[in-house]
Ligand binder design. Structure first.
Ligand code: ATP
Ligand code: MG
Length: 897
């Protein structure tokens, strides 16, 4: 049975039993505690936590999940993927244990002809929480065991009692919790010993976990150490079935990596490598890593993750690089992702059609990442070889931890790669040192990020304030509002008042101030009381959902909690902020019109007068392309396109072709900002002008690279654009009067000047050389005999470059002829740094003189070094005052033979 068919049956079964089908949330979800969605219940958390009222009593979903904990395990067990799909059914105070067990049993053992999955009931085992483990459940979950006997007719020997680790669920924090019951399928004696899941978890494969949320915890100290506050008045069900696991059982294959949605990538990798999967060679793990990671990478990029050095981006980078590296271990040196990613896309698109539409963008990111990794490998390998060489020279057996760390930190060299490559050269790596440095760095980064985000205030304070009510956000409608002070915070502590000279945070019940988000920075302005106290708003953030916090400096008077105030956004600031944000959308649309739809924005920043936009693109933009983008953008301003915001659901927005940011939830209304109808449609929470002409003017000021596969455009808008153009005009007119040419002739004129300059430099060089050479005849006369050698040492004074010195000594050597041994040395100070050149003739070399050795003697005195061939060598140093001494030393060396 194909995976897509299992999905279809699942949804049909639960829809048929009154569950509302809810689409998968994106992998990147609005939850600060989660890197990625890792279970089907994540999008439903607010309902289970009682923060929101569930819109339906029952729901079902097939949720995309990524679990990063086990990256290293992939390919080694048969049942863990980094990406997988969790099928869930959920009850919010509706049915409970009996209902959950009944549904699961029907679907798992129902015949395939009637829409079930058709597992043999005799092969099913289940686990329930055992007795004597938790004080509040002394008998364990015998209730569930009884239901399994009644509903499914399971004999007691196939109902096993298990520990808290597997069969009690909570979120690690106060909140709902309860026992769970797992469903296992016996794959048969060829996969392991008898005895059920208690004995062997590879033979008895867990496919489904039913969580019975029946109590609320008030404190959680560890997995098995917590306080139960009360029984939940309305009990919930949360279940998760691993779709890939069911697929591999129903497709008669041995593991997760051989199912229809994964295996084709392995086949392609076999073709590319010429090696075969399933052989004895131990290559299988690499094949599986490739197939698993390519798929996970694909799905993450599809949900808006781009490779980076921290957080989610780092996970993606790691997955892609591990895939590429595994291909190299399989002997494939050429770029692999262009071969593998399309295969994964083709098998996944049946369930995720958006993959096809978005593949241009996704593949560009992936291929650029592989290219970057290839460059890293090339650069890092050289550095690693040097480090290994040095360590060996110093007689060490381990590569120092700081070297491994530097390789990782500067060249993005993964530690496993360093380990392996060092091992190939017979060295271990000081892992402890490496790990220590990594931990230190991670802690620094964490502390930085924390300090930046919250100004050291823990989110507890903000949650407490938010729970008194969300802030009314008025920024779209007005610039001024009467409001009351909900709370004041200084250094993370609630305070009753803020007075003159103090900086703190202030929360209002309603605010016209725009809080920084979506790339747009916060509004500035003032907040005043009727009695004349004034404060200036420095920053506005949304530290937790629903709460807007102003960072303020009190300019005069005193602000008390509960006071009535009037808030006023600086109108000039806001006009310019709107110009910049609308300008960002215009540039994005123009960019895509000129470059095509793959030039998709990956990040943006805008503040009054200025905007920048990062987008997926591999090469720099030519001057013509830049002007074309600017032209299209300004045309859109001149056309005076209307700007409008509309609210709709995410699927509606997608259908309207809105460019989606990521992290929105399916049940929320999203805001779509349009400029000129379909010309520009983006999900956006920012403030905008009402007509494109209000942007005024737009001028691109820069284009640059920001990491692999990503470029950045910068632009100015409104008055700032005009001022920028004004400054350019002033510059042109200055240049014009400086070189005495009209602006339209400037390029020609400066070109001519540069050409003349070049010619003059050439002439000067010729003259200098002639001057040096003209001394040659006189110099030859000053040669003397030293130890049977004609010796000529010459201090050429300052400013004679190495080239000229070499020409001089070879000329002098020629003049001295070959009858007698002759050695010539000349030196000069160029920019205060001494240069010395030594030449020997054939007879001198026959006597054993080597220019390279002689120049070293001089360089030593000059505080530097030198070298070269036996006939001609050059050296230098730092101390020009020693030139005479240096020549003397050479002469002495000649004297000594
Ligand atoms: P296991 O003990 O096998 O790792 P788990 O206890 O972590 O599983 P749950 O957190 O209960 O699993 O998730 C519910 C279901 O999701 C499991 O029954 C299993 O079928 C599936 N599942 C969990 N992790 C993975 C994974 N890494 N790859 C594929 N399926 C998974
Ligand atoms: Mg697990």
């Amino acid at each position: 049975m194909q995976t897509a068919e299992i999905r279809r049956r699942w949804l049909a079964f639960f829809e048929g039993t009154g569950h509302t089908v809810v689409p998968s949330a994106p992998l990147v979800y609005d939850d600060p505690n989660l890197l990625f969605v890792n279970a089907g219940m994540v999008p439903f958390k607010p309902y289970f936590l009682g923060q929101q009222t569930p819109p339906w009593p029952r729901a079902t979903s097939v949720q995309k999940c990524v679990r990063t904990l086990d990256i290293e395990e992939v390919g080694k067990t048969t049942r863990h993927g980094t990406f997988f799909q969790m099928n869930g059914n959920f009850s919010f105070g509706d049915y409970f244990k009996a209902g959950a067990i009944e549904h699961a049993w029907k679907l798992v053992t129902g015949s395939q002809g009637e829409g079930g999955l058709g597992f043999d009931p005799d092969k099913i085992w289940v686990t329930v929480l055992g007795p004597g483990l938790l004080p509040h459940l002394p008998d364990g979950d015998e209730e569930a065991a009884a239901l399994w006997r009644e509903i499914a007719g399971l004999p007691d020997e196939r109902i096993q009692r298990r520990g808290v680790e597997d069969n009690y669920w909570h979120m690690g924090v106060p909140g709902p919790a309860g026992p769970c019951s797992e469903i296992y399928v016996d794959r048969g004696p060829e996969y392991g010993p008898e005895g059920g899941p208690l004995v062997d978890e590879e033979r008895f494969l867990e496919i489904w976990n039913l969580v019975f949320m029946q109590e609320e915890l008030s404190a959680v100290r560890a997995k098995a150490d917590f306080d139960v506050a009360r029984e939940l008045p309305s009990k919930n069900i949360d279940t998760g079935m691993g779709m890939e696991r069911v697929a591999y059982l129903l497709q008669g294959v041995d593991n997760l990596y051989e199912i229809d949605e994964v295996y084709p990538v392995i086949e392609r990798a076999e073709e590319l490598s010429g090696r075969s999967y399933g052989g004895q060679s131990g290559d299988d793990v690499q094949f599986r890593v490739v197939a698993d990671h390519v798929r996970s990478g694909l799905m993450l990029m599809s949900d808006g993750v781009t490779p980076g050095n921290e957080g989610r981006g780092y996970v993606l980078r790691r997955l892609l690089r591990r895939a590429v590296r595994s291909m190299r271990l399989l002997g494939v040196q050429d770029p692999s992702l262009p071969e593998l990613l399309p295969v994964s896309k083709d098998v996944m698109k049946a369930s995720y059609p958006e993959l096809e539409a978005d593949f241009g963008r996704i593949s560009q990111i992936a291929y650029a990442e592989e290219e970057a990794f290839r460059r890293t490998l090339a650069a890092g390998t050289t550095i690693l070889d040097l480090a290994v060489g040095r360590a060996k020279e110093e007689g060490q057996t381990k590569l120092p931890g700081d070297q491994a760390f530097a390789l990782h930190d500067t060249y993005g060299f993964p530690i496993d790669l360093t380990l392996e490559m060092a091992a190939e050269q017979g060295l271990e790596v000081d892992r402890e040192g490496f790990t220590r440095l990594m931990t230190e760095q991670r802690e620094r980064a964490k502390a930085d990020a924390k300090a930046k985000k919250s100004g050291h205030v823990s989110t507890e304070v903000w949650r407490e304030l938010r729970d008194q009510g969300s802030t009314d956000f008025l920024a779209y409608e007005t610039l001024t509002a009467e409001a009351s002070v909900r709370g004041l915070v200084v250094d993370g502590q609630r305070v009753q008042s803020l007075s003159q000279g103090q900086r703190g945070q202030l929360v209002l019940d309603r605010t016209p101030f725009y809080a920084e988000s979506g790339g747009q920075i916060a509004d500035e302005g003032t907040i005043e009381t009727a009695s004349g106290a004034v404060l200036r708003v420095r920053d506005v953030q949304r530290p937790v959902k629903g709460l807007i916090v102003h960072t303020v400096d009190v300019e005069s008077g005193e602000f008390l909690e509960g006071a009535e105030v009037s808030a006023q956004v600086d109108p000039e600031w806001r006009v310019q902020a709107c110009q910049a944000h609308s300008g960002t959308h215009v540039v994005h649309a123009a960019l895509r019109q000129v470059l095509g739809p793959t030039a998709l924005q990956s990040g943006s920043y805008n503040k009054p007068g200025y905007l920048r936009l990062d987008f997926a693109w591999n090469s720099s933009l030519s001057a013509e392309t830049r002007s074309e983008i600017e032209e299209v953008a300004n045309l859109a301003l001149r056309q005076d396109l209307p700007v409008a915001a509309a609210y709709m659901t995410l699927p509606e927005a997608r259908a309207a072709g809105a460019l989606a940011l990521f992290g929105e939830t399916y049940d929320e209304q999203v805001r779509v900002v349009e400029i000129g109808g379909p010309w520009s449609r983006e999900l956006c929470g920012g403030t905008h002008v009402r007509h494109s002409s209000q942007i005024g003017a737009l001028t691109l000021t820069g284009e640059s690279s920001v990491g692999s596969g990503s470029r950045r455009l910068e632009a100015l808008v409104g008055l700032d654009a005009l001022h920028y153009l004004g400054r350019e005009r002033a510059l042109v007119s200055e240049l014009s009067s400086l070189v005495g040419a009209r602006p339209e002739h400037l390029t020609d004129k400066i070109g001519q000047l540069l050409a003349r300059l070049k010619e003059a430099e050439k002439e000067i060089a010729g003259m200098r050389q002639a001057a040096v050479m003209s001394d040659a005849a006189a110099l030859v006369a000053s040669a003397k005999d030293v130890n049977g050698v004609t010796w000529l040492g010459h201090d050429a004074g300052s400013g004679v470059a190495g080239d000229d010195l070499r020409r001089l000594v070879t000329d002098l050597r020629g003049r001295l002829g070959e009858e007698r041994p002759a050695i010539v040395a000349a030196a000069s100070a160029v920019n205060d740094r001494p240069v010395v050149v030594v030449a020997t003739n054939g007879s001198a070399r026959d006597r054993g003189f080597k220019a390279g050795q002689l120049v070293k003697v001089a360089a030593q005195v000059l505080g530097g070094n030198g070298g070269g061939k036996d006939d001609l060598a050059q050296g230098g140093g730092k101390d020009a005052s020693q030139i005479a001494e240096a020549l003397t030393r050479i002469e002495q060396a000649v004297g000594q033979g």
